[in-house]
Write a protein that binds this ligand. Structure first.
Ligand code: S3P
Length: 657
């Protein structure tokens, strides 16, 4: 979760080298006839994936900042596993390379990449003679084969497929011809020509013959697709901005074309050519926008920027049309769906019919939008830009490093970096709670969940905790972190750079009991569980003079707590029962004596035997979510120095939105 407020800045210096050009430069350098130098290489995760895969195949790639020195593969390694992570370009372009090298390799990737289509690239490569198989858990496996040139007519409009075929064509006997339906980005052809390969372009037809690639010495221009986020921010906030040294290949700048036709005052100047690629400066001036229109070619030339164009449309009065959008469904997420979701959050309507997307907007802006970004880097960045445009808002994930590692710096957003660490924290409600608290206090925060194995070594546990400005600690690390940090208390849930490690659990319990009108002071109570949160509860309730009996599945741990705090061994008529264990047979078997007037269940997810029994008997039950709210609000106040007005109902409403 990342929550931003309306503060931003635009700094183009954080935009790195173009991602598409960087992938290609590394791949061609890996098969060149000598050592190459690539400057201003993109340092994004996608390009890092390509780097790792090329190293696995035998290339020697040394990085010094953004400068890569590449010694090509001499004898390609076979039987390797290539982890393409989130990167479709890595998987598809390397499918062509590996087919050309004729080696066996298993391609794997993350969940998103695993669900994306690969047949589109395997089909032409198979026709050239490459063998591939598909086994569970991998994208595909290349099995070698001798390549023969073919003539191939594009089935989908994809620069990745074209590039894979052209790269394979460098190794194939005879001539390889690829015929496009409409032009797609042409970086591969341009770079091949620059590196002396035998390649010819005639309209929509590209032909390549078996040839050597000369070593490269190139400077990668700034990534246009990254700059597009900053252009959007400048344009929608009426700021002047200048971006220099940007890749301006017209197969990439459809975004500018669509905006210029829609009245945007955006110009380019100082255009020169680097390695066949036009590069120059972009100047944005305050503009009044009219409805936007993007044809099939415009969409293809702005394929990664369509979410931005549609978001601009969603806050610009009128009906806006985007044609031939289907291919967007096969990106890192279904981007048509993602765009519709963003547009609706921005108060517009977004309808798809006959492969065209129509966005209608009254030009107004909404307050504090919360975007769902489908774990897609471009959707998340687009949503952050729109949150800034709206004066504040939040996104549910922040995978910016996939394509734009300097994104937050480039927009001048410096969040408090907060996290939750625990064994299994994926489904925690803390991120939404922190998003609520950040938006209420108009602060900029990120809050991530980090699941760690129970057996993680102490040093690693501490270095994860130290990587953030503030950390919530949950099961099973509360007591361990307390001991490691020599805290004054036996269990901690709140640690941070500028605060003493402490627990806000006790505070959360007291607040939630008090808010429900429960008069717990001086009463006999049962506490179920003997972990960190249960112990904190014991400590705080003792201050209220409660008599406490601990009940736990492992009796020895209950005895230890009883001994440590001198608790009661026998309480048969408790006034209340407070449970800190997840639902299990032990929890379901606990009987509630007639004396019980309230039950508190810390586990706010899933079933609870105690909660069910309380409900059946009309006994008041306090939900753990309420405690989560109060302890989280206290942690947030400690980290940020900002107290948020107590409003649990407001939080519940926020959760339902
Ligand atoms: C890319 C081509 C496009 C683009 C992707 C990068 C490339 O994909 O969306 O981000 O570097 O060739 P398709 O070729 O699938 O359209």
């Amino acid at each position: 979760m990342l929550c931003v407020n309306g503060q931003f800045n635009i700094d183009c210096n954080y935009v790195g080298g173009d991602k598409s050009v960087s992938h290609r430069a590394l791949i061609l350098a890996a098969i060149a006839d000598g050592d190459s130098v690539i400057r201003n290489l993109s340092l994004c995760d996608d390009v890092a994936a390509t780097c790792e895969c090329l190293r696995a195949l035998g290339a020697d790639i040394r990085l010094d900042g953004a400068t890569a020195a590449v010694r090509p593969v001499s004898v390609p390694k076979s039987g390797v596993t290539l982890n393409c992570r989130n990167s479709g370009t890595t998987a598809r372009l390397l499918a062509g390379l590996v087919a050309g090298l004729g080696v066996r390799a298993k391609f794997i990737g993350d969940e998103s990449l695993t669900s994306r289509p690969m047949e589109r690239v395997l089909d032409p490569l198979r026709k050239m003679g490459a063998h591939f198989s598909k086994t569970d858990g991998c994208l595909f496996e290349s099995l070698g084969g001798k390549l023969q040139g073919i003539e191939y007519k594009a089935v989908v409009n994809s620069a990745q497929v074209k590039s894979a075929v052209l790269i394979a064509g460098l190794f194939a006997d005879g001539e390889t011809t690829y015929i496009e339906n409409i032009p797609t980005r042409n970086h591969t052809e341009l770079m091949l020509r620059g590196a002396g390969a035998d390649v010819a372009v005639d309209g929509l037809t590209v032909t390549v013959r078996k040839s050597a690639v000369r070593a490269l010495n190139l400077d990668v221009p700034r990534d246009f697709s990254s700059v597009a986020f900053l252009i959007t921010l400048a344009l929608l906030c009426g700021r002047e901005a200048r971006f220099d040294g940007v890749l301006l290949n017209e197969r990439r700048t459809g975004f500018l074309r669509v905006l210029q036709r829609g009245g945007a005052n955006i110009t380019s100047e100082n255009i020169t050519e680097r390695f066949g690629e036009p590069t120059g400066d972009i100047v944005v001036k305050p503009s009044r926008l009219k409805p936007l229109y993007a044809s099939e070619t415009d969409v293809c030339d702005s394929i990664d920027e369509v979410p931005l164009l549609c978001s601009i449309a969603a806050v610009t009065q009128g009906r806006h049309e985007f044609h031939a959008v289907d291919e967007l469904r096969r990106k890192e997420s279904d981007r048509v769906r993602a765009i519709q979701s963003i547009a609706v959050k921005l108060g517009a309507t977004a309808e798809v019919a006959n492969d065209s997307l129509t966005i209608a907007s009254d030009g107004g802006k909404v307050g504090n939008p919360r975007f769902c970004c489908f774990n897609d880097h471009r959707i998340a960045m687009c949503a952050v830009i729109m949150a800034l445009v709206c004066g504040g808002g939040s996104v549910d994930c922040a995978p910016f490093d996939v394509s734009f590692p300097g994104f937050l710096q480039a927009v001048g957003v410096t969040p408090y970096k907060l996290a939750l660490i625990g064994e299994n924290v994926r489904d925690s409600r803390s991120p939404v709670l922190m998003s609520y608290l950040a938006s209420k206090s108009n602060l900029c925060c990120s809050y991530v969940t980090v699941s760690l194995p129970r057996g993680i070594p102490d040093g690693e546990l501490l270095s994860v905790a130290n990587a953030f400005d503030g950390v919530n600690v949950t099961m099973p690390f509360k007591t361990r972190v307390a001991a490691l940090l020599r805290a004054d208390v036996p269990s901690v849930n709140t640690v941070g750079k500028r605060i003493c490690p402490c627990s806000t659990d006790g505070y959360g319990i007291i607040c939630s009991l008090t808010a429900n009108g429960i008069d717990f002071a001086n009463k006999p109570l049962w506490i179920v569980g003997a972990g960190g949160a249960a112990e904190e509860c014991v400590r705080v309730l003792m201050k209220y003079n409660c008599a406490i009996r601990v009940i736990n599945r492992t009796q020895a741990r209950a005895d230890a707590l009883t001994e440590k705090y001198g608790l009661s061994k026998q309480i048969d008529e408790p006034y209340g029962v407070l449970s800190f264990v997840p639902e299990c047979e032990f929890e379901r078997n606990i009987q509630l004596p007639n004396s019980v007037r309230f039950v508190f269940v810390a586990a706010y997810k899933g079933q609870s035997g105690l909660r069910d029994k309380a409900a059946q008997r009309g006994i008041k039950c306090v939900d753990g979510l309420e405690m989560l709210y109060h302890q989280g609000a206290k942690s947030f106040a400690l980290w940020t120095g900002t107290e948020v007005r107590d409003d649990y109902d407001g939080f519940l409403k926020y959760c339902r939105l």
